[in-house]
Write a new protein. Structure first.
Length: 207
């Protein structure tokens, strides 16, 4: 894990990645990411003040090859040539991840690419200071309201369902911070619910 990300989370560079990831996951388990839930980013360009994911090993190697060619062609002034020459000589591909973990990619802004601030400074609370319902349990009263609202009909394929065929789909999956509240639930048949899996609300894709 990048040392700057560890620093922003309050850890020193020598703390193990495993420990940092476990703590980060605990902090962000209940996080509300506005661009997922209300399609709006309150941070805007401020996102650019947060770190980018480091390049993968393949990207870093490719960039190092590019710098080597540029240096050989004399593309830089003396000072820049000296700095980049040292960077090329000290390049160690093992310092870069082979690939990024999916959980890290999902913490990045899809527009700016930087890590989203909400994953660094967050509380598992709503504007009303009530804990968000994020566990697997859905109160019966909520189930009944969702079934009545959706008229016993799968909201993905349109199939009319008997009571014992009804399942509840989290539009924004729990694994991605989605709550188990009425606004994030919809009636689904078993086939659609299993097919959608951990996809977000834009499922099924448009034909």
């Amino acid at each position: 894990m990048d040392a700057y990300i560890k620093y922003l989370l309050g850890f020193g560079p020598h703390v193990s990645d495993r420990r940092v990831r476990a703590e980060w996951q605990r902090r962000t388990k209940n996080v509300c990411k506005p661009c997922w839930e209300v399609k709006y980013c309150p941070y805007g360009p401020l996102v650019e003040d947060f770190p980018l994911l480091p390049p993968t090993r393949a990207e870093a190697i490719e960039h190092n090859h590019f710098l080597t060619k540029q240096l050989a062609a004399g593309a830089y002034d003396r000072k820049r040539h000296r700095e980049l020459g040292r960077q090329v000589r000290e390049f160690n591909p093992r310092r870069y991840p082979v690939a990024h973990k999916r959980s890290d990619v999902e913490k990045s802004c899809t527009v700016f690419g930087h890590m989203c601030p909400v994953f660094f400074v967050n509380e598992p609370l709503t504007e009303t200071q009530e804990l968000r319902r994020v566990g697997p349990h859905i109160p019966r009263s909520v189930m009944l309201r969702v079934v009545r609202r959706d008229n016993n009909q799968c909201q993905m394929c349109g199939k009319l369902l008997r009571d014992n065929e009804i399942e509840f789909d989290h539009i924004i999956p729990r694994s991605r911070g989605g709550s188990s509240e009425e606004h994030n639930l919809r009636v689904a048949c078993m086939e659609c619910n299993r097919t959608k899996g951990a996809h977000c609300e834009s499922w099924p894709p448009p034909v």
